[in-house]
Design a protein around this ligand. Structure first.
Ligand code: HEM
Length: 419
């Protein structure tokens, strides 16, 4: 008898789409197991959660990425040929390229650029009656991401490009219509970015040598060849599109500030690195990336269960961040839990797990935490605002999800200039 329970269903793809963030956690509870078999898109799949499961999921000898992520997600959210779907040496080479952009100096550049764009917006917000934080964050991060990446963004393009990035991100757990919209947005962005890569290669546009645009345009694969222009466009998009996803966490953080006044007060005082602990707890507690997919590389045995070559395996990221074996009171919002947190690469996985350098863990995690920390500090210490009545509830069956109102603010006043 298999030590792993099986979900009794002919195919669970529709349940997954319908139940969203709740799908894997509720099956784990029903079946009394952190790992279970099911059928997704007509094939056997294994779903799992928790620190131990994450540790095997991120073992490169056991799992590969090629062909694991469903086509609609590749065509809308991630793009084809980029770092996400590479394995082994090809992956390591591409990952080195991404991490070479994340030096402390470049992270500091991003902090400065992002705060500059936020501060500029705040001067406009002061004149407005009502501001929608989500919409504003999407635009701020698009502007900041493009500037940091060395991607020229004309003022008249800002609305269109930020809309496209948002459509790509918003598509990932969606209906066919949302996937189509995401794929349409992606093809427009890839066309735009392919043009930029070609101009750089032809010497018609020369971005600074430390920017992603320049690094990716001139990057060479292990075979000595430059990246195909479209693949270069996909990886260039991977250097600023995901920053825009931080807009979701910013809105959830604003909700937390509003719903937990004592937390808001501590953020204002911001001693002992509180704003960073707050940013970490926002990433742990609120739903954004639900799960990751990989395929078994070679047959292997784990806890008496046989993983067969090419089986699709899904790791529940959201459920792992709230797993009771790793987190006390996992369903409570407690930033202080990160005070003396013994870092584990497998229990806290809002942006993937394992090793940043060798594995698939998010290349932009340091940047995300840094920008969130700086923005939460700014929102609590540099401005004041009111939160009018609005619907802040969010739907856990939608992926990605967001408080319904997007977080509206009124009476915004700037208190001081950022240093
Ligand atoms: C990979 C989430 C921000 C660049 C990933 C993965 C997740 C993720 C779940 C996949 C991990 C895996 O394959 O196992 C997020 C979230 C973000 C964010 C939730 C913020 C809200 C960023 C930023 C950047 C970035 C700001 C770059 C500026 C990347 C890259 C990869 C990646 C290049 C591919 C890494 C690889 O396959 O080796 N991210 N990310 N991400 N992320 Fe992020």
């Amino acid at each position: 008898k298999s030590p792993v329970p099986r979900e009794k269903s002919l195919d669970s793809t529709l349940s997954l789409i319908k139940e969203g963030f709740n799908y894997i956690p509720s099956r784990r509870e029903q079946l009394g197991s952190d790992i279970f078999e099911t059928r997704l898109v007509g094939k056997k799949a294994v779903c799992m959660a928790g620190e131990e499961s994450a540790a095997i999921f991120y073992d490169e000898n056991k799992f590969k990425r090629k062909g694991a992520i469903p086509k609609p997600v590749m065509k809308s959210l991630l793009g084809e040929g980029g770092v996400h779907e590479q394995d082994d040496e090809a992956h390591r080479q591409r990952k080195r390229m991404h991490l070479s952009m994340m030096t402390p100096e470049r992270l500091e550049d991003m902090r400065r650029i992002a705060i500059k764009h936020l501060d500029k917006k705040v001067c406009q917000w002061e004149k407005e009656e009502r501001v929608n934080l989500f919409e504003e964050m999407v635009e701020i991060f698009t502007r900041a991401g493009c500037e940091w990446a060395g991607v020229p963004l004309k003022e008249k393009e800002v609305k269109q490009r930020s809309r496209e990035v948002l459509d790509m991100i918003d598509s990932f757990g969606g209906s066919p219509a949302r996937f189509r919209q995401g794929a349409k947005a992606r093809s427009k962005q890839e066309k735009w970015l392919t043009g930029i890569i070609k101009e750089i290669r032809a010497g018609k546009f020369v971005p600074p040598s430390y920017t992603p645009a320049c690094i990716i345009a001139h990057h060479r694969e292990p075979n000595g060849k430059r990246l195909d222009p479209q693949v270069a466009a996909v990886d260039l998009s991977n250097t600023f599109r995901p920053l825009v996803a931080t807009a979701y966490f910013m809105v959830f953080g604003a909700v937390a500030m509003h719903e937990y006044p004592q937390v808001h007060q501590k953020l204002k005082e911001d001693t002992d690195g509180y704003s960073k602990m707050f940013a970490q707890e926002v990433r742990r507690f609120y739903p954004f990336a639900p799960a990751m997919a990989a395929k078994v590389k070679q047959d292997f045995l784990w806890n008496d269960y046989k993983f067969k070559k090419n089986t699709l395996v899904i790791l529940d990221l959201f459920g792992t961040n709230r797993h009771p074996d790793s987190w006390e009171q996992p369903n409570q919002f407690i930033p202080e839990r990160f005070k003396n947190w013994k870092e584990s690469p497998f229990s806290f996985v809002p942006q993937g797990g394992g090793n940043h350098y060798m594995g698939h863990r998010c290349a932009g995690e340091w940047m995300t935490v840094m920008v969130m920390t700086a923005f939460f500090h700014y929102l609590t210490n540099y401005i004041t605002f009111d939160v009018p009545d609005q619907d802040l509830s969010y739907d856990m069956s939608r992926m990605p999800t967001l408080p319904k109102s997007g977080f509206e603010m009124t009476n915004i006043r700037k208190l001081k200039e950022p240093s």
